[in-house]
Design a protein around this ligand. Structure first.
Ligand code: AR6
Length: 178
């Protein structure tokens, strides 16, 4: 499913983010940038040791922020590592931090002069964020950013499995984006 926002495109699809050919893919990392399971594990496995080496040099990234490294052996030239919030019921600034994780990743892409970017559904796996609310935040934050920053030509949400895709599609419809 795809929508046009001015000159830019926002797309949701089901797939494996490690196979993306966008300028950068976004990793749902932890604050220590130490690698882990889920999409983080998949990206480090597919991209090889150069990504971990770069992460070690950076050392730390707080929740809601983003850092950038090489893409190693990936087709994408860069990996933007962002850290989403751990969901503990919604009373600990989780929505603000999730929005910030998307926004800081988009800003970093612009700063680097990147034109295309792929996101996973940050925080919705090990970190337990409810998918529908996470999808709404992901889509609205990106939509607003693209309206104001046509330098980014394409943002793809690469969703792992049909259930997550379906929730994003539902939220996209609710936002009248389709
Ligand atoms: N491509 C796209 N999405 C994927 C892939 C893939 N190859 N693999 C998993 N997902 P998670 P989080 C989806 O747990 O909740 C890690 O250990 C997955 O189905 O990867 O932000 C880190 O090191 C889910 O929809 O990230 C952190 O410690 C989404 O990616 C912690 O988990 C996010 O799930 C971060 O937790």
């Amino acid at each position: 499913m795809e929508v046009q926002i001015g000159e830019s495109k926002l797309m949701i699809l089901e797939g494996d983010i490690t196979q993306e050919t966008t300028d950068a893919i976004v990793n749902a990392a932890n604050s220590g940038l130490k690698g882990g399971g889920g999409v983080d594990g998949a990206i480090h496995r597919a991209g090889g040791p150069a990504i971990m080496e770069a992460c070690r040099k950076i050392g730390y990234c707080p929740a809601g922020q983003a850092v950038i490294t090489t893409g190693g052996n990936l087709k994408a030239k860069y990996v933007i590592h962002t850290v989403g919030p751990v969901y503990t019921g919604g009373g600990r600034n989780e929505s603000k931090l999730l929005k910030s994780a998307y926004l800081e990743s988009l800003k970093l892409a612009s700063k680097k002069g990147l034109k295309s970017l792929s996101f996973p559904a940050i925080s919705t796996g090990a970190y337990g964020y409810p998918v529908s609310e996470a999808a709404r935040i992901a889509l609205t934050t990106t939509l607003d950013y693209l309206k104001a920053h046509p330098d980014i030509e394409s943002v793809r949400f690469v969703l792992f499995g049909k259930p997550t895709y379906d929730v994003f599609a539902e939220e996209m419809k609710k936002l009248n984006m389709q």
